[in-house]
Design a protein around this ligand. Sequence first.
Ligand code: ZN
Length: 99
Amino acid sequence: MQKIHQIKYKNKKIKIYWCKLNDCFAVYDPNYYTLHIRNDLNNKDLAKTIYHELWHIIAVINKKEIIKIGEEKTAELAEEFYTLFKQNPKLRKFLNDLY
Ligand SMILES: [Zn+2]
């Protein structure tokens, strides 16, 4: 499987590093726009981890604090997955291949 190395979202580029992580599956750093992902995850954990991290990326780049904004606004942010996947056909294919 071809690993991906960046995610574009709005006017940002997030660089992806595949590496060893001991205490978590992935880390998104909003200050440096980097995403470190463990390189030893099975497909299911990897897909779940990517969705989880995409959600962090959407929330941070749209400057929302998820806990404070409530259910409807959170649901609105989830619609941003459309924009993210539209800008990243390779990521779309990568995730599909994990199923
Ligand atoms: Zn998290």
